[in-house]
Design a binder for this molecule. Structure first.
Ligand SMILES: [Zn+2]
Length: 271
């Protein structure tokens, strides 16, 4: 019998990763090519498996890292201030309505956001207050009726529950929660600030762990008498900061945490 029945091509690897991921490239090698015999003979990002090289699965547990960048503006006292901020990553939708929020939409057409993040913009394009005294906006303003319940929200790539870090007066009555997010190959702390509350939720205490949907408080107008809304702000905590040892007001200091476009961390709406 003939010995010519050797397949011209050998299917080497066609592994796929998690649902929705792109299938790995299929490696094709002719039977005549030498088969690698050691680690050194497999191309980078592959490993020998018996006598073939297989692609390593991509790391589906990591999320992109976003560096902070400097920007500057004239603050409310007219002083020129340089600050750090984390702009929206290009892979995140610009449309605010692509995201979930901790309160129902309060704008016509089922929209949430009246005023967005602008600390990535040049000074001249940042928000001005009526008396030109308030410059820039480090969060999103979500109008709603007085007393509307605000619910805890798990952020994109969050690991574990959220934790109540602060309840008190900062942006009017304010609650701050801490969230550990996977970023690159590590976990980083972010804080989410809920400002201008009518009141924090009954029984809410610092240190409490929160599941998605647990009550945070109610929408109000403290320190914002003319505008009932939720000010929602996300900040990434700098390395080597022990949040539990800080005076509450310092949580939002540039030296402690870097203000971040909330679209980087808010969960995308289910489609
Ligand atoms: Zn605001």
């Amino acid at each position: 019998m003939s010995q010519l029945a050797v397949p011209a091509l050998i299917l080497v690897a066609a592994a796929t990763v998690g649902a929705g991921a792109t299938p790995h490239a299929v490696l094709l090698r002719t039977a005549q090519e030498p088969v690698p015999s050691s680690l050194n003979e497999c191309p980078s990002a592959t490993l020998p498996d018996g006598d073939v090289c297989v692609h390593l699965p991509s790391d589906t547990t990591s999320a992109p890292e976003t560096p902070e960048v400097s920007n500057a503006h004239h603050d409310r006292a007219g002083k020129y201030v340089v600050y750090d901020q984390i702009p929206r990553r290009p892979d995140r939708p610009a449309d605010y309505d692509a995201y979930e929020y901790p309160i129902p939409p309060g704008m016509p057409g089922g929209r949430h956001v009246m005023s967005g993040y602008d600390l990535d913009q040049p000074d001249s394009r940042q928000r001005r207050g009526r008396h030109l005294s308030h410059v820039g906006h480090g969060g999103v303003d979500l109008p709603q009726k007085m007393g509307t319940p605000i619910r805890a929200i798990a952020l994109e790539h969050q690991e574990g529950p959220s934790e109540v870090l602060f309840i008190g007066w900062l942006f009017g009555k304010t609650v701050i929660t801490r969230h550990s997010l996977r970023e690159g190959d590590r976990s980083r702390d972010y804080v989410l600030l809920f400002g201008h509350l009518d009141a924090p939720a009954d029984g809410l205490v610092v240190g409490q762990q929160l599941a998605d949907g647990d009550p945070i408080g109610t929408v109000g107008n403290t320190s914002s008498v003319d505008f009932v809304h939720l000010h929602l702000e996300a900040r990434r905590v700098r390395d080597d900061i022990d949040l539990k040892k800080l005076a509450p007001g310092l949580l939002i200091a540039n030296e402690v945490s870097v203000v971040c476009d909330p679209r980087n961390v808010l969960p995308l709406k289910a489609r």
